[in-house]
Design a protein around this ligand. Structure first.
Ligand code: CP3
Length: 346
């Protein structure tokens, strides 16, 4: 497919709720540790080196394109690169995950964060250009960023967290400071996504992975409002935006108010029931429980068939998981799932 008719790709048609002969397929964390080929690269470089070297980021982005045959590529990067560019001292350690050596917990910490950081993220624009040369119009490229609440949680906690205790203390005891921090991240996120659009992505996904931790009111005030602002300020004609969070089974009605083109649904909800509650023109993405990919092939097949049959005939459906592929899921099972998903016809 040439770059001119990428708009006719299965993925972009489904994202804009147009009819397709089958649902397109891609998977969150499709370029990652479940692939032996990922480890061949990872053993030579640190994760951040991989993100910051456009040729390597492109090599990793292309792994699932070539090995799984998915219908959309996703930029190889991380949601925390914005926080790093703002001044976060970020490292990734195997088995530990992301760490910020200088967590953001008081006014001085918030004041120190930079908000004009496009120069520092130029490597992402460079990677996008290399990837688009390699894709050569075959399938669309999805760019992405972390949503302010989720990125804030890493900055405040200093890394991953089970209960988000410090983040919740900040929003409850010092809401004004939390808003200052969220506004700074939102500004950077808008610039960053516009930079990705300028560099040539075909779609965007906003990852608000940990929104699930919030009550309805807190989600509205500390997450949803910022996501709405971001979506409204993107220069994105013909570029759909997918809004993802864990918690979307509950928050979908609010997420729809931000006017994304697609809402990515976690695995708790019935996908068709959720879709029917959304305004016409909002597509859904999801929502297989990623743990199904650990199971026997006959279980994988049965659950994928069940999901397709539920969604049969619906425009605006993108096959995906409810969250990312876990690192120890067998590659063979992921490949089997993608092959099955591509066999369906409406
Ligand atoms: O989906 C893709 O294949 C594209 C690349 C991508 C990565 N991270 C690569 C990655 C994307 C879209 C992300 C987003 C991301 N990063 C999210 C949102 C999506 C989600 O899963 O909810 C979050 C919360 C992060 C933060 C982050 N980065 C975590 C929690 C970890 C894993 C820590 C661990 O060791 O389990 C990372 C590291 C990371 N990001 C890896 C990859 C391939 C593993 C790095 C390694 O090889 O050590």
């Amino acid at each position: 497919m040439s770059a001119n008719n990428i708009q006719e790709s299965l993925f972009l048609r489904a994202a804009f709720s147009k009819s397709t002969e089958r649902p397109p397929v891609w998977m969150m964390r499709q370029a990652g540790r479940f692939m032996p080929e990922y480890w061949e690269i990872k053993n030579k470089y640190s994760f951040l080196e991989m993100c910051k070297t456009p040729e390597i980021a492109a090599d990793v982005t292309m792994l699932p394109v070539n090995l799984l045959g998915i219908d959309a590529a996703i930029l190889f990067s991380d949601i925390l690169v914005t926080a790093e560019a703002m001044g976060g001292d970020l490292s990734f350690t195997q088995g530990v995950g992301p760490k910020f050596a200088n967590p953001v917990r008081n006014q001085a910490d918030v004041d120190r964060l930079l908000t004009d950081v496009d120069d520092k993220l130029q490597y992402v624009a460079d990677a996008i250009k290399v990837i688009q040369q390699r894709l050569n119009g075959s399938i669309p490229l999805i760019g992405f960023a972390g949503a302010p609440f989720t990125v804030m949680s890493y900055l405040v906690e200093g890394g991953s967290s089970k209960d988000f205790k410090l983040t919740k203390l900040l929003i409850h005891n010092h809401p004004e400071l939390a808003h200052q921090l969220l506004a700074k991240i939102a500004k950077v996120t808008i610039d960053y996504l516009n930079l990705q659009i300028d560099a040539g992505v075909n779609a965007l996904q906003l990852f608000d992975s940990w929104a699930l931790a919030l009550s309805w009111d807190d989600y509205k005030e500390f997450s949803h409002n910022y996501n709405t602002e971001i979506i409204s300020k993107l220069n994105r004609k013909d570029i759909p935006i997918i809004s993802f969070c864990k918690g979307s089974s509950v928050f979908a009605p609010l997420m729809a108010e931000s006017k994304p083109d697609v809402i990515s649904i976690d695995w708790n909800a019935d996908l068709l029931d959720i879709k029917r509650t959304l305004p016409a023109g909002i597509a859904v993405q999801g929502n297989l429980d990623p743990h199904i990919l650990y199971a026997d092939k006959k279980v994988i097949k049965e659950r994928i068939h069940r999901l397709f049959e539920r969604m049969r005939g619906e425009n605006g459906f993108i096959f995906n998981l409810g969250h990312g592929i876990m690192p120890d899921i067998p590659f063979d099972n992921v490949k089997y799932a993608v092959e099955l998903m591509k066999e369906f016809r409406y």
